[in-house]
Each structure stands twice: as C-alpha cells, then as structure tokens.
Design a protein around this ligand. Sequence first.
Ligand code: FUL
Length: 680
Amino acid sequence: MKRLLQTAILAGMLFALACNAPEPPAPYGAIPSPLQVQWQKMEYYMFVHFGPNTFTDVEWGHGNEDPKVFNPSQLDCRQWARIAKDAGMKAIIVTAKHHDGFCLWPSKFSTHTVRESSWKDGKGDLLRELSDACRGFGLKFGIYISPWDRNHPTYGTDEYNKVFAGTLAEALAGYGQVFEQWFDGANGEGPNGKRQEYDWPAFRDAVRRHQPEALIFGGPCRELRWVGNEAGYAGETNWATLTPNDRIIDAAENDVLGSGMENGTQWLPAEVDVSIRPGWFYSASTDDKVKSLAKLMDIYYSSVGRNGNLLLNVPPDRRGLIHPNDSTRLMELRKALDEAFAVNLAQKASIKADATRGNSAGFKAANLIDGNFDSYWATDDNRRQASLEIDFGAEREFNRLVLQEYIPLGQRVKSFAVDCGDGKQWREIARQTTIGYKRILRFPTVKSRAVRIRIEDALACPALSEIGVYKAQELLSPVNIVRSKKGEVTIFCDSKDPLIRYTTDGSEPSAASPLYSAPVPLPRGGTIKAKAYVDNDSRSSETAVAEFGLAHAKWSLTDAEGRGSDRAIDDNPLSAYILPEKRNTLTVNFGEELSLKGFTYTPVVGSKGNIRRYNLYSSSDGKKWNKIKTNASFDNIANNPVKQFVRFEQPVKASLLRLEAVETVEAGSRVSIGDIGIMN
Ligand code: FUL
C-alpha cells in the first residue's frame, strides 16, 4: 500500500513537471522536410563521371562519338562502392546521361547507349551493376541526368520533352531506390543547332511518380541548390534558405548560391560538387594532378564545415576502375578526418548556459554534448543572445570547434563569437556568422581550460544540437613550384618556416635530399619534386611535382597593337595578363621553330574575361598563317576554370602561335590570360 502511494506521488510529481515543461520553440521561417534533414546528415558522398568522354579524353562530348568507344576492359562497380564505403561516403551519384546523350543503361528512348557500345557486346547495363553494388555496400544511389542532349535527334522540339520525361522515368523506375535526382544546369545546342525549352513540371512529375523520396538537385523545381562554383567552396555565411527568382537558378557568378539568403522563403540547402582531379572525367594526363590531402581537407572544411554537403567526384579510368592515385588519396582523407575528429574534448567537460528554455531539463546545455542530434539546447523565445561555457577542468589544446543547429526548427543563428580562457578571463579566438546543420571553425591551436561560445544575434531563440571541441593534426600545405621565363625554378611554401627539400631526378624527396636555398636553374626542362619539412624533419608535407619543358626565355608576346606582356608567357599562372578593352588577339613568338603537339591556356580564377570560344593560328614567318582551330570551345570553363590542354590532331611546326578570343565567359569582358603554354 505504501509503495503504491509512493508511486502515485512520484507519478503526480512527474505529471506536474511535465505540465510545467515549456513548449519547444516554434519553427522559424522556411524549414527542411524530414527528407532534407536526412539528406543533410549524409554530409559526404561520391560523384562518378563515366561515359564516352572517359575514352575520348574530353569534358563535353559532342554526341556524335561512335558508341563503340565505350568499352571498359575491367569494369567493376563493386570496386567503386567499396572505395566509397571505405572513404566514409554515404552514397554514389552517377552520370547516367551526360551532355553527349550517351545512356549508361539500354534506354528504349535512345540509340546512343551501352546497347550500341562494345562493352559486354552491348548486353551491359551499368545502372544495374552500380545500383546493385551500392545496395550491397549499404550506400544510397543517385542519378545524374543532363537535360541537355547533344545527340538526340528530337532535341530542340516539343517531342524531346516527352522523350526526356520518358528517359527519366525509365532510369528512375528501374534500379531501386534513388535518394537524389541530379539535373545538370548546362543547356546548349542539340545536334540540329537548336536549343530547348525544358518542361520542368513534367520532369518533376516523373521524379515524384517513380521516386517519391528522391530530392531534386538543379532546375527550377529543386529541393537542393548548387553552391555556385565547382571548386569545392560554400560561403562563410551559408543560409540553407533562399528566395528563388529567375536569375537565381544556376547562375555561376551568383554569390547568392554560395551564401543563401537570410529569411529566404524556401529551404534549399547547398550541395558542393567538386572533382578530385582538374576535370570531371578521367584523363591519364591528370594522374599526377589528383588534389592533395591538404587541398581536400580544405574543401571538406569549406563544404561540410560550412553547412553544405560534399559531392566529391572520383572518375573511373578506361578500365572502369578507380585509379589507385585517387583511392589512395581518399583513404588518406578518411584517416585524416578520423584522426581530427576522434576525441571530442567537450564530451568529458562540464557545460553551462547563461539561459535555458523555461529552466527546463528538456532543453539543458548538457544536450549539446550527448552525441544525440535530436536532443537540443534552446533558450526562451525572447532571447536572441546567449552564451555557453565549456570547462575542461584542466588546460587542453584544441584548434577546431564544431557547432550544429537543430535545423528541424529552421536556421536561426546570425552571428557568434568564440573565446578561450580560464572561466574568468577570456580572449576572443574566432568570430563567425551562420551555423546551420554543421559549422566547423579552424583556428591556430590554443591551450586553455575553458571555451565560451557567445551567440550574438539570431533570427529567433537559438536551438543548438551539438558542440564538439577537437585537436586536429595541422597539415603542412604542399609547396608551390614556379619557373621564371628564363628557366629558374623557385620553390616556396604557405606554411611558416619549414625547410624545403627537393630532387631533380624524379626520385621522392627525403630528409637526405638537398635543401632548397636559391632558385634552381632548369632552362632545358625536367621534373622537380619537393616537400616541406618541420620539427627536425620529423613531419613533412605531401610531395609537390612540377614538370617543365623548354623554358620560355626566347618567347615574346604581342597583341594586335604590337604591345606585349610577359605575364601571359612567364610560366606562372599567378601573374595574369588582361588585354586592353576591345582587343582579343595575342601572338606568341617562340624565337625559333618548334614542333607543337598542342597548346595550353590557363584561365584566371574568378574572371569574367576567360576565353570560352577561340580561333587558333600558326605561322613560321609571321606572313602566312594557318588556321588550326576555328570557333573551338573550352568546355565548362565558366564553372570550372582550370588549365586547358588542347592536343592537335597532328604535330604543327611553327615559330608563332596566334590566339584569337571569339567569346569570353561574360560577353564584352576584357580578355583574361593566366598563361599560354605549349605541349611539345
Ligand atoms: C557541369 C557539367 O557541364 C560538367 O561536365 C559536370 O558534369 C559538372 C558536374 O556539371 O555543369
């Protein structure tokens, strides 16, 4: 009887407590759907560009390629999936159909598919193999389809919209669950020279009918937005909300895509797509240009660490396998991330807030360190500022702070600052704007007993899920290697005070290699490999490699007015030449006759004057000119302004090369040249 009474009293107390417990904060503004929250938690997944371009070594196939060129000799989608899984990725999105129109499945809507290829005598179905492999490895599966089609005969007519909706339905219905439908924004001319008005509502309906749970990326019916560049960077300020208008669909130069909009009317979180190599498709010429670990870490911090999901492209080679250079780098990245975020110092610390919603245990500060995204700390509705203190009990070293907002209630925090100290005296170490699903701050290692987060402004009372404090290993950035026009190689480093060691015989630098102290003469070309060393040679950077041909000592450059500048031929892409207004022609004089296998053009990052279309001429005497390229295009240069390599069909003997810009990325801009080089 006594026990019964006690139980009843306890139940009564709990009931009273429950009655007093404050309501959760009301959602603020546009909020994510449950599927968008689930998507955000994926954080990092693989993009795969694979198709005829892999075999023809171009970025944008014209659609008239012989489908027989598609013939991977050892295709193994399970290898891709295994690598993605081991890398810590959560899904794979594949280019089921790129701009060349080639379908990686035997589509009945096209005659340009795997069925017409040599692969497996036309009996193969890559979407089948990849979707099975993804399921086998517990990965989600996503489909990239380009509405732009340079092959389909109906492109540019109403009929094509029906064809495309059918193509989409076929791909989406046939291969199990799809988590994301990726529409590419590029929209050029089809095989008849016509452009197409897309029927987006019909495309959206096809997605909804066959994959009600798939999120749409791209186009006006999207639920996920492009981040506005293909370099791997979201804005420091990054709202998941945006108010779309006609201009803000996929305009590359639109910073709004990188930062979102405070109080935007739709929840449209940013996905950050970037390739591990300079181009989207595999090319043997980029085997040594796989992004460095330091670069990939920087991309991770600038995407996942800035409230975006990272879609990292890893293009399989002509065998149909991921090249070891890429997979090795992915495993290094996984290891570095695991090490950086292994120990959350906050979890063993005590945490307190200067304000807690209704002083209720349901919203207590300790929810921030319980490892559970769904429990959160919040303040009363009238608070827009609050501070949180984490006390480690003793001095600790740290250099990373992870913050997460409870986004089912919307994105709220506008600005915050971080201090370190002993609990009484504080020193500010960082200051930032938005948080969103995840924000990771990097700062130089500090040693202190406590850390304080001050939320200075918010759109509604703050609601935060998790806090992490970490000590990550500092990575040394790879060194930079540049050569002057005369042929002298300079090696330098962005990090502080390292020693640089280098080799010129192709071997890997070691602690025994010569120390760099003055420019190294390399007028006839060769290979330099170099590394930065610190802490008595116990820690080193990754190896940087630079290969040089003959130095440009004899080269000179003139524009149509006879003016010249070495900045476009100094072998240093960091020094650019911007042509005078209304000038569009440059002539490079090699000072001797050379046999050219091709030429290179390095655009200027961020410039609207990068060349998109050009003519190219050669001459041996400056009188008679041969046209080598007419109205040729540097594909995708607007979105991905990396060095362009153009191989000639046959070697060209010339002592002069003339480049004429026909079209710049933004019409009417002054033509920009980072560097012009040759392949010989
Ligand atoms: C771009 C395309 O044009 C590229 O080829 C690539 O597919 C990239 C992901 O999107 O806009």
